[in-house]
Design a protein around this ligand. Structure first.
Ligand code: UDP
Length: 397
């Protein structure tokens, strides 16, 4: 069976890391996950018996908006890491880069060790998210050195190709989920609802890291046009240093007098019971979402979802999965959709149940693992039959 060296730059479990966790579970006996930072993600991998090593002691000083100079000055930091990864990769059949910095290191290691390189692209390579230098770098490395680029949606694939990526390299594989995980015991939900002081409230959940492009501020603005019984739960933290945004959200809550109607829960690992506590889940990204795991997770929990009409979210709806879409960055339309859902509750619940069935089937983790296995099959070592033949002399009878 194929041996994989997964690489990921983050110690924090955002969507790309949780997707990797689900894929790596199927390879736990023959893989290693190399991380460039320590954190909760390492713990999650260990809890799931997936071999993991933290390969860098210092955060790599380049970010999505970095230009050439910053990139070049980080070479002193990148080279020793690439050499270490190259040495490790001799024990594996393929290097599997799960993030952009992992792709840079993976490329250097792939050149040094002559191992094939796979790039799992979880981002939309557009100006909304990346500097032109970083877009150029991602596409150029992929075009010249990757044997396969797995994109998490058609939107991600289209952006890769629009940025100059070779179409024949890329394959779309959606994130996979185990529907069983999203069931929850009613008593647990009631207890949690009580603990959070939400009994009798109409609860809207927002499950995303706190970041300007995730648009939590749009939901808070919409909340002002919703009835008094509506409460918002903001679940997630600023994983990548967006502390100023957190501060601005807290100020927004105070200035608009929403203190009793908004709760900041920070990063939580009990996403499933929390989603069940919610009556409605909103997804408010103001830039196209590459995939949007939370949308599918909310549906798996049987919750009605309102999402913004862009990127991966749009693909779910185009595939016939029923839910509500609103234009990105528009609090008025969001408030109208929330009020409508609240008013037509019976109908909304029935639609949410239909969506639950659809996503359980379409995004089942077994199907997604099969797709990945088929794509990686080409990298499996060819077993030379002559070398495995028995060397025992055949005795004449
Ligand atoms: N998530 C979590 N705890 C939180 C907030 C979010 O575990 O407090 C998870 C969420 O359930 C989802 C992932 O983080 O699986 C976010 O993935 P998504 O694709 O929605 O966004 P990304 O982080 O990739 O931008």
């Amino acid at each position: 069976m194929i041996k994989i060296l997964f690489l990921d730059q983050s110690g924090q479990p955002a969507g790309a890391e949780l997707c990797l966790l689900d894929i790596a579970k199927a390879y736990r006996d023959q893989c290693l996950v190399g991380l460039f930072a320590d954190g909760l993600f390492r713990q999650l991998l260990e809890e799931n018996q997936i071999p993991v090593q933290v390969l860098a002691t210092q955060a790599i000083a380049v970010h999505k908006g970095s230009g050439w100079l910053q990139g070049l000055s980080s070479l002193r930091q990148l080279l020793p890491l690439a050499i270490r990864v190259a040495q490790l990769s001799h024990h594996y059949d393929v290097i599997y880069a799960n993030t952009q910095k992992a792709m840079v290191i993976g490329t250097l290691a792939s050149i040094l060790s002559r191992r094939p390189l796979v790039y799992h692209l979880h981002d939309i390579l557009s100006a909304d998210h990346f500097s032109s230098t970083n877009r150029w770098l991602a596409v150029t490395l992929a075009n010249h050195y990757a044997s396969l680029v797995i994109t998490v949606s058609q939107a991600t694939q289209a952006a890769f190709i629009a940025a100059g990526g070779r179409p024949e390299l890329s394959e779309v594989v959606y994130n996979g989920f185990d529907p069983q995980v999203y069931h929850c015991d009613r008593t647990q939900v009631d207890t949690l609802k009580q603990q959070l002081g939400l009994t009798g409230r109409f609860v809207i959940g927002h499950f995303s890291r706190l970041s300007p492009w995730k648009g939590q501020h749009i939901l808070l603005e919409a909340l002002e046009s919703c009835s008094e019984e509506v409460t918002v739960l903001l679940v997630g933290d600023a994983l990548f240093g967006e502390q100023e945004y957190v501060q601005s959200l807290q100020t927004q809550v105070i200035e608009r007098g929403l203190q009793n109607r908004v709760q900041f829960l920070g990063f939580r690992s009990d996403i499933v019971p929390l989603m069940h506590v919610c009556d409605l889940i909103t997804h408010t990204s103001i830039a196209p979402e590459p995939f949007g795991r939370v949308i599918v997770e909310a549906m798996l929990c049987g919750r009605p979802v309102i999402a913004t009409q862009a990127g991966g979210a749009l693909e779910l709806s185009n595939a016939g999965i029923p839910y509500w879409l609103v234009p990105p960055g528009n609090p008025t339309d969001l408030a109208i959709a929330i009020n409508q859902c609240q008013a037509e509750w019976a109908q909304v619940s029935a639609i949410a149940q239909q969506a639950q069935l659809e996503v359980s089937r379409r995004f089942h983790i077994d199907t997604i693992r099969q797709q990945i296995a088929q794509l990686l099959h080409r990298f499996e070592p060819v077993i030379d039959a002559s070398k495995t033949r028995s060397t025992k002399p055949v005795s004449a009878s």
